[in-house]
Design a protein around this ligand. Structure first.
Ligand SMILES: [Zn+2]
Length: 268
C-alpha cells in the first residue's frame, strides 16, 4: 500500500498536478502609429521614408491559471482624439480606435478577469493601460521594474502586486509560457514563448526588433538602451527559432500584424 501511495505521489509530481496549457490567444489592436522617418529604427536606411507601426496586446488563456495579458498598448485616452496624438520630437502620430476595456468586452472578458499582466518593457506604447489592472499580478523583469521606478515620471503605479523575474522563466511550470530575457532595447526587456495546443509555438518578441526588414537585416536602432545587448538578444531569439521553430510575431510590423486574425477571433 505504501509503495502504491509513493508511486501515485511521484506521478503527481512528474505530471504536475496543476499543469495546464494555453488554449487561446487573442491578438488585440492596441493602437498604431504613423512615423515620418523609418531610419529612426534602421540607422542610415530609408531616411525620410514614412512607416506605419502596429501596436498589439495579446490576451492569453491558460487552462488552469486563467487570463494573462501580454502588454497593454498605448493609452486608451487616445480613443478620444480622432486625429491621434503627435509627438513632434519623435516624428510620430499615435492613434487608438478602441479602448482596451471595450476590446476585451467585445468577447466577454472583463478587466477583473485578467489575473496576470506581463510586460515586454516599460515604454508607453506597451504600458499605457497597465493601471487599469490594479488587482492583476504584474510580471516584469526586475531590471525593468528598477529602471522604470527610478524614472522621474513613473510610467505606471508603483503599487502593483508584482512578480519580478531575473532571466528566463517557465512561468507556470508546464512549458506553456516561457519568459525569455531579451535585454537591450531597454535594460530588462523580455519576450514570451507561447506554446499553443493547435497553432504550436509563437514568440511574442516585444521590441527585440521593430519590423521585418530590421529582422532580416539585423538592424538595431540607435536609441536602444544597449546596442550590443540588443544584438545578443536578437541572436538568442534566432537560436530559439532554430531549435523550436516557432512563429516570430513582430509586434510593430504592420503588414504581418494586419494579416493575423484579430480578436474576437483567436488562435488555439
Ligand atoms: Zn514599442
Amino acid at each position: 500500500m505504501r509503495s502504491i501511495l509513493l508511486i501515485m505521489s511521484l506521478l503527481v509530481v512528474a505530471t504536475g498536478a496543476q499543469a495546464g496549457e494555453v488554449d487561446r490567444l487573442y491578438v488585440i489592436d492596441c493602437g498604431w502609429a504613423h512615423a515620418l522617418d523609418q531610419s529612426r529604427w534602421s540607422p542610415g536606411i530609408n531616411a525620410g521614408v514614412p512607416i506605419d507601426l502596429s501596436d498589439n496586446c495579446y490576451l492569453i488563456h491558460h487552462s488552469s491559471e486563467g487570463y494573462l495579458l501580454w502588454d497593454t498598448g498605448i493609452t486608451d485616452r487616445l480613443v478620444a482624439l480622432p486625429e491621434g496624438q503627435t509627438v513632434p520630437a519623435l516624428g510620430q502620430t499615435w492613434h487608438r480606435t478602441q479602448t482596451l476595456v471595450a476590446a476585451l468586452a467585445a468577447f466577454g472578458v472583463k478587466l477583473a478577469d485578467v489575473r496576470y499582466v506581463a510586460l515586454s518593457h516599460w515604454h508607453p506604447d506597451h504600458t499605457g493601460n497597465l493601471d487599469e489592472f490594479p488587482d492583476a499580478t504584474l510580471i516584469i523583469q526586475k531590471a525593468e521594474w528598477d529602471y522604470a521606478m527610478a524614472l522621474p515620471q513613473k510610467p505606471f503605479s508603483p503599487d502593483h502586486k508584482s512578480q519580478l523575474i531575473e532571466g528566463d522563466k517557465d512561468l507556470f511550470g508546464d512549458g506553456s509560457l516561457i519568459i525569455l530575457s531579451t535585454p537591450g532595447h531597454t535594460p530588462g526587456h523580455q519576450s514570451l514563448l507561447v506554446h499553443l495546443v493547435r497553432t504550436g509555438d509563437v514568440v511574442l518578441s516585444g521590441d527585440v526588433v521593430h519590423f521585418q526588414s530590421n529582422w532580416d537585416n539585423w538592424r538595431v536602432p540607435d536609441f536602444n538602451y544597449d546596442k550590443a545587448q540588443s544584438s545578443a538578444s536578437m541572436e538568442k531569439i534566432a537560436r530559439v527559432l532554430d531549435e523550436k521553430h516557432p512563429q516570430l510575431w513582430i509586434n510593430h510590423d504592420k503588414p504581418s500584424s494586419d494579416a493575423r486574425r484579430h480578436a474576437p477571433d483567436f488562435y488555439e
